[in-house]
Design a protein around this ligand. Sequence first.
Ligand SMILES: [Zn+2]
Length: 252
Amino acid sequence: MSDEDASGPVDFHCHLDLCQDMRAAYTRCESARCFTLAVTTTPKAFARNKSMARDSHFVRAALGIHPQLVAERASELSLFEELASSTRFIGEVGLDAGRRFYPSFERQKLVFESVLALCTRLGDKVISIHSVRTAKQVLDVVERTGAYRTCVPVLHWFNASESEIRRALELGCYFSVNEQMLQSPRGRILLDTVPIERVLTETDAPFQSDEFGGRYPGDVTGAIRLIADAYGEDHAVTSDRIRRTAKQLLTG
Ligand SMILES: [Zn+2]
């Protein structure tokens, strides 16, 4: 790693374009030297994010089609397909079987399956994946499409059982974790099961609940503390490891 890259936070899943001041959010991540994956929720939002990330050393914009928006935005799938070859970074994509979004679940499955099939074909994508109440179904699609062979799936806020976590590990998945999820029993199971080399930090800003301080992009200090404690490591050592992993995925 060059000196410039050696230290700083990692935010591997946040929504800079949904923050109050998008430009300020991009600038803050860049000046904090935060390796950032700025995910988007609709293909139409990608161009503006990509142009903001253009001169950035630390921030990458990802092309997404969010499962919670598939009901209204499924028609943007063709734009997604057009843009997919122009970026290595995909997200947020995935499945959401929460009560509110269940009505669109069949359509979500079609969209997610076709997105991952396309990524598999193009290869070399880093894919940030949403999986509310769908750990098993998401892994089924990662496996069935072969995305795990040609791309790197990064499971965001992965709320799953130990056996599902083990299955994800076998498929080569990485895990981006935030402070809020790490306070839950399942968050702790995840850290007990996953080797530190597969762990990344995220804020999902602006979506963590206010109870946890409504973390701004790049504010992963609390998450680092919880991860370091779980692995019995010094906070700085944990932070460096995660930095290395993120750098490899974002610049490798
Ligand atoms: Zn998100």
